[in-house]
Ligand binder design. Structure first.
Ligand SMILES: [Fe+2]
Length: 442
């Protein structure tokens, strides 16, 4: 009789102790706590023939969307494929999904993980990888519905039910159902205050509803639970910085950048991405960010030789524009255009969003605000195609408002600000932009 993990999923490997250890490693990933890869390495060192452990490691690396980790990803994927003949059907599907991802077909990877979670609704790893994939592809409704599919199979007795609620909360938030999102997210946090994704979902609700003061308090007061060992803390601190910017607390936002967001030394693309996204917003508002752009651009540069993910490339371009590094700007655009001419998910993203977005950022950087607007305006309706959250993609609106203000295009500035005020009427930033449209463009 085959062994099972703690949620009843069949596992081909024959050592229960190893399966239990992998359950624990998976829980770290579900909660975005500590170092799941180190936990996987420990298991693999003792159980090198454990196919699912290799697949777990490969999947966790793949969904970090960092070209710098490709060699490590391939090492784990090769090991998993080498053991595939001994694996069961569920595990082989995991391995197929990672291969599809590595080959650049993210849609097929996500669908494969999605099919696993339909057949094995308590396979939380397949659900999480599909959920992250839905995020990277901007599938807002699938962030919600793929989780909703499995919920009838979860109750309070199944270990990790909070992680499902946390994912569901984020999907509800990205789909605009803020009330239910907050309810599910808070339930998940109550079950496990260390659950970084659930805290994140509640935070997003507050961001989208313009509850900046409350959001800042929420993160500060809950941080003692999620922050100490979180591998996701940098992103929650990025959200905190956005809340502080609403209160014009520039020093506080920069302190968060220096002490928390960049605390990991920009070890992964996701940290670089949030750093770019914060410095760009600060720069748009006219604040001096000192030497920070240069250090960030230097970290981005080695990653822009080959396209992996257009969303990252656009955030890298912010750093190259911020640092006035024209050589890197040219190189990044070349990379994106090459990627756009290729095949696979990133080709579509680069073609439809990445190239025009970067052309717009470069135009903005050289003060050609009319060209920046021409490049960026058409993207607002479809920018979800290259993934990220509503809050992240909001950077396009910020950039466009600033471009319109600097160009003296009052009609456009007022139109874009009116959109924002309809959603967040109390936002000090939105109100300030409205005043500037009246004063700067008269
Ligand atoms: Fe977020």
């Amino acid at each position: 009789m085959s062994k099972r993990d703690k949620r009843g999923n069949p596992v081909s490997y024959g050592v229960q102790e190893a399966i239990d250890a992998l359950d624990s490693a998976c829980d770290l990933l579900h909660a975005y706590q500590a170092d799941p890869l180190a936990a996987a390495d420990t298991i693999i060192a003792q159980h090198p023939d454990f196919a699912l452990a290799h697949a777990f490691r490969a999947g966790a690396i793949a969904t970090a969307t960092d070209k710098a980790f490709d060699a490590e990803l391939l090492r784990s994927l090769d090991a998993a494929e080498h053991l595939a003949s001994q694996a069961n059907d569920r595990e082989r599907q995991h391995i197929h999904a990672i291969r599809a991802w590595f080959d650049g077909d993210w849609e097929r990877a996500i669908e494969t993980w999605g099919c696993v979670s339909i057949e094995y609704p308590r396979d939380l790893l397949a659900l999480q990888f599909a959920h992250l994939g839905d995020f990277y592809l901007g599938y807002s409704h699938m962030l919600r519905d793929r989780v909703a599919r499995v919920m009838p199979h979860w109750d309070s007795q199944v270990p990790g039910v909070g992680f499902v609620k946390g994912m569901y909360a984020f999907g509800l938030e990205e789909s605009g159902d803020y009330r239910q999102a907050e309810e599910q997210g808070r339930e998940a946090v109550a079950l496990n205050p260390q659950d970084g994704w659930a805290v994140h979902a509640v935070t997003h609700v507050m961001e989208m509803q313009g509850r900046a003061e409350e959001g800042a308090r929420y993160l500060s007061s809950s941080a003692s639970a999620w922050a100490p060992n979180s591998m996701f803390a940098f992103h929650l601190w990025w959200h905190q910085a956005l809340f502080l910017l609403e209160a014009n607390d520039v020093a506080g936002a920069l302190r968060l950048f220096d002490e928390d967001i960049s605390a990991g030394g920009f070890a992964q693309a996701l940290e670089l991405l949030d750093s770019s996204a914060l410095l760009w917003r600060l720069s748009l508002l006219g604040h001096d960010v000192g030497d920070r752009w240069r250090g960030l651009a230097e970290k981005w540069e080695p990653r822009c030789e080959d396209g992996l993910y257009a969303f990252n490339d656009v955030n890298a371009m912010m750093a190259f524009v911020g640092a006035a590094n024209s050589r890197a700007q040219v190189q990044q655009l070349d990379t994106l255009r090459r990627a756009a001419a290729g095949i696979g998910t990133n080709a579509m993203m680069s073609r439809e969003i990445g190239v025009p977005a970067c052309e717009g950022l470069v135009a903005f950087g050289r003060g050609d605000y009319a060209q920046a607007i021409a490049c960026l305006m058409p993207l607002r309706a479809k920018a979800n195609r290259f993934g990220g959250s509503h809050a992240q993609r909001d950077v396009f609106s910020w950039t466009l408002i600033e471009a319109a203000l600097r160009l003296g295009n009052r009609a456009l500035a007022e139109a874009l600000v009116a959109e924002r005020l309809a959603l967040k009427p109390q936002s000090p930033l939105n109100r300030a932009w409205k005043l500037r449209a009246a004063s700067d463009c008269s």
